[in-house]
Write a protein that binds this ligand. Structure first.
Ligand SMILES: N[C@@H](CCC(=O)N[C@@H](CS)C(=O)NCC(=O)O)C(=O)O
Length: 303
């Protein structure tokens, strides 16, 4: 694992332009870029010193997915990389934390149906998200988010210091996956639609109750916390499920679930959420394409 000094005092910006040979395997990517040397600070509250120096990416990668047979996009020492898939709710968590904390990184989108060999070497389970920084390789949404929060505490930690709150956030986290399972259940067992929707409503009411007991409007209180970013991707997809199933019971509405509906509204205003958001039509399209066995990973990107 690469750990070097992470200076809290200053932000060193070094701009350099790199020119890569046109004929390289990455010829299709834009090769002119800037390098900024950014140092972030360790937390002031005496927690573990973070000693990582990050460089801001120098190459702007094409956001299109890399599939089997694509050459490995070379890494740059000191540049944090996220292996991602634009419609993956788990990778979206990591992306949200990166964006919210303004942590410099580059993103490589991976075709998860036809995975490149180099991706399988990095991620033997073949799952995104994965973070890579030099020799460090870290998979799993929650692990990557925790690591980012610990390593780049910035102004505010996203993880609550109160242990009971942390424990309850874990309870919420454990239950959110069941919300997206609804979509797959509805596809597989259309005849059980009412039962499935009843279960979903029950779960959403449970989230509403927990949120109502908090000081709001976020699950984190008056500021978004880690749990808000971990939950959000699953909720962002609910309007698309509503669209696909023509069932309005799926998306929290202000009359029945006012706190959740307000939370969704306020989350949508966060710059990190805006930066990573896919709109309802895009999600619906991706879900539908996934259902046919040909996931349209690059939907919405220019040809
Ligand atoms: N527990 C993992 C789940 C990640 C996950 O399921 N990612 C999906 C995309 S949304 C994936 O990589 N699927 C590829 C595959 O199953 O082969 C996490 O939280 O990161």
């Amino acid at each position: 694992m690469r750990i070097s000094t992470f200076s809290s005092q200053e932000l060193i910006m070094k701009v350099m332009t790199l020119q890569f040979p046109q004929a390289s395997a990455l010829a299709s990517r834009r090769l002119r870029c800037f390098m900024q040397h950014v140092s972030s600070s360790s937390s002031a509250n005496g927690q573990t010193e973070s000693n990582i120096t990050l460089l801001t990416p120098v190459v702007t990668y094409d956001p299109k997915t890399l599939a089997q047979g694509s050459p490995f996009p070379p890494t740059t020492p000191g540049v944090l990389r996220l292996y991602n898939m634009r419609f993956c709710p788990f990778a979206q968590r990591t992306k949200l934390v990166l964006e919210h904390k303004k942590i410099p990184h580059e993103t490589i989108n991976v075709n998860l149906k036809y995975k490149p060999d180099w991706f399988l070497k990095l991620s033997p389970l073949g799952l995104v998200p994965v973070l890579q920084l030099d020799d460090l390789v870290l998979p799993e949404s929650t692990a990557t988010c925790d690591w980012l929060d610990d390593t780049f505490p910035g102004q505010t930690r996203l993880t609550p210091s109160d242990s009971l709150r942390r424990a309850w956030d874990r309870v919420l986290l454990e239950n959110v996956g069941k919300i997206s399972d609804t979509f797959y259940a509805l596809r597989r067992k259309a005849d059980l639609k009412d039962k499935i929707l009843d279960k979903l409503e029950k779960r959403l009411r449970w989230f509403e109750t927990i949120l109502s007991d908090r000081e709001g409007p976020y699950f984190g209180g008056n500021q978004p916390a880690m749990i808000d970013f971990l939950l959000w991707p699953h909720f962002e997809r609910l309007p698309a499920l509503t669209l696909l199933t023509s069932n309005s019971r799926i998306t929290p509405d202000p009359h029945h679930l006012p706190r959740l509906a307000a939370w969704m509204e306020i989350m949508l205003q966060l710059p990190a959420v805006k930066a990573v958001l896919q709109n309802t039509n895009a999600h619906a399209h991706f879900f539908a394409s996934f259902g046919t066995g040909s996931p349209d990973y690059d939907f919405g990107l220019e040809e």
